[in-house]
Design a protein. Structure first.
Length: 123
């Protein structure tokens, strides 16, 4: 496994939004989807408001690989399901970063959204 460079963690973690492209079963990339991204420790995370039924989330499950772009960083990544033990720290990261949007941020703090928490691992 490759680790994030500190400069990448800072840049992506500070970016307002992230562009995510997942790989199809044939290896081609899907169209980019814009979403929120949070940093917790040395990890970056994304969630689907629609949970595991969300179209972009389902797309990540074909190969568990793709690419992300945010804050001037473009990286190939693996999509790893976060452990439920990570949910609380990810919740806190969303509240801290996006708390100025209270009516929206609550949608990524539901049990449905938590079940779709993906850790982005560089590859």
């Amino acid at each position: 496994m490759t680790n994030w460079e500190e400069s990448e963690l800072v840049a992506v973690g500070a970016a307002e939004e992230l562009e995510l492209r997942s790989q199809r079963a044939d290896g081609s990339l899907r169209a980019a989807v814009t979403m929120w991204v949070v940093r917790s420790g040395r990890h970056l995370y994304v969630r689907s408001v629609k949970g595991t039924a969300g179209p972009w989330y389902r797309g990540t499950q074909a190969r568990h690989q793709g690419s992300v772009a945010a804050g001037g960083v473009l990286r190939d990544v693996a999509f790893r399901e976060a452990d439920p033990d990570e949910y609380q720290q990810v919740d806190a990261a969303y509240r801290t970063k996006y708390g100025r949007y209270p009516a929206i941020v609550e949608h990524v703090l539901t049990d449905q959204a938590r079940a779709s928490t993906l850790r982005l691992e560089p590859r």
